[in-house]
Ligand binder design. Structure first.
Ligand code: AMP
Ligand code: MG
Length: 401
């Protein structure tokens, strides 16, 4: 039996970056950027007005106040998208709209609310500092600056930035195809009518969703019966994908035939059991360079094993910077106990109060209690050799959201 960190090292050492593809930014949400995007032009391109108002010379209005406004001649009107033709001189103002370039000669903008228009003149009722209400060229991004870094998982604001620097198409990482195969004579799909001891294929759908959320493309392959022929046939299909993930049938039961079937297919088995709970039986190996994960069947074991091992693998194929979930230090709100020898992941609720995280493990931690995992936003890491952590102590928690 190997430890969690050793298992992860073995897995990651066998996973390679998949490749890049070019896509329009309209389709790039959630994708991983595969290039440093450098601004070819500054944003904003020119010094421009942050307000609707009047561009002027700050020195002209140094004594302006509501009681003694300064009267300036309005010599031009500049809407956004146009440049002033005139050079501003002392004693003059130019009507300017938000986003319009600052006219030559002007060094400040007074907002409209601090002025009063009077025909061809304007009365300015407030003084202005040099540079007031002026947004400088390149204040968002300078020319030549890296606007969005390679490896970034693109959020809406990144898409905005890519557009701001004029990129319509970008290189992103190719998403790995991840085959999801459930196993078990007792498992039925959702369009079947369950009877007696049958249970729905919850793992198949949950794991598919986990693949999506990790950035991969799930290939849902349904259910293989606990028969070698069926497993072999379905695994053959699965080999079309980049990564294979099965659930169930990897334990020591009489009908746990996943390992035997994979062996027949020429799988190089790299490890089988991991010192963790939930999810001790976990088979990892390769067939023709394709990584194969045989996850345990119990839903919470499947869920947790995926988050610990398959998600980092998917993210490595994508070239992500951070492979694992973020961890935080949190104060434990109730004492927990276990037998030493396995690292436990406890479904927990993490809240932040007065700048401090607090973690509360769910009452029920069974590997079949999906409800606890569903209501949790974190996995508390209860170290391998520990047997008790007392209320008030600091624990490490992986944040799942
Ligand atoms: P196994 O590892 O095949 O012995 O399965 C362990 C437990 O997980 C059994 O109670 C199975 O019924 C359950 N299980 C296995 N596969 C699935 C699945 N696809 N969806 C829901 N539960 C499953
Ligand atoms: Mg089974």
């Amino acid at each position: 039996m190997i430890q969690v960190h050793e298992a992860l090292e073995i897995i990651l050492s066998r996973i390679a970056f998949k490749g890049v593809e070019k896509i329009p930014i309209s389709q790039a949400l959630g994708r991983v950027l595969a290039e440093d995007v450098v601004a070819r032009r500054p944003n904003p391109p020119l010094d421009n007005s942050a307000m609707d108002g009047y561009a002027l010379v700050a020195q002209d209005v140094r004594s302006a106040s509501p009681e003694s406004p300064v009267r300036l001649e309005v010599v031009e009107d500049v809407p956004a998208g146009y440049a002033a033709r005139k050079t501003l001189r002392s004693g003059q103002a130019i009507r300017i709209m938000t986003g319009a370039p600052i006219p030559p000669g002007a060094d400040a903008v007074v907002m409209q609310e601090d002025t009063e228009r009077d025909g061809d003149y304007v009365r300015v009722k407030d003084k202005a500092e040099i540079g007031e209400n002026i947004r400088l060229a390149g204040e968002d991004v300078k020319q030549g600056e890296t606007a969005v870094l390679k490896g970034t998982v693109l959020k809406p604001s990144h898409i905005g930035m890519l557009a701001a620097v004029g990129r319509s198409n970008i290189f992103v990482s190719q998403r790995p195809q991840v085959a999801i195969l459930s196993t078990g004579d007792e498992i039925v799909d959702l369009d079947e009518i369950p009877s007696g001891p049958c249970i729905y294929n919850s793992n198949g759908y949950m794991l598919s969703a986990q693949v999506l959320s990790a950035g991969g493309v799930p290939n849902y392959l349904g259910i293989a019966r606990d028969k070698e022929e069926d497993l072999l046939e379905k695994f053959q299909w699965a080999l079309k994908a980049d990564i294979l993930v099965s659930s169930g049938g990897v334990s020591v039961g009489d009908y746990d035939l996943v390992k035997a079937s994979l062996k027949k297919m020429g799988q190089e088995m790299l490890f089988w059991k991991v010192a963790m709970k939930p999810g001790k039986p976990l088979a990892f190996g390769k067939i023709d360079e394709k990584p194969i994960f045989g996850l345990p069947g119990n839903p919470v074991s499947s869920f947790v094993s995926f988050e610990q091992f398959v998600r980092p693998a998917i993210r490595k194929t994508l070239g992500c910077k951070d492979l694992a979930h973020t961890t935080v230090q949190a104060k434990l709100t109730k004492t927990v106990r276990k037998k030493p020898g396995r690292l436990h992941f406890l479904s927990s609720t993490v809240v932040r109060e007065n700048g401090e995280y607090q973690a509360t493990p769910a009452e029920e931690q069974g590997s079949g209690i999906l409800k606890s995992a569903m209501n949790a936003n974190g996995l508390l890491i209860f170290p391998l050799e520990a047997s008790e952590i007392a209320e008030g102590e600091t624990v490490t928690v992986q944040l799942l959201e």
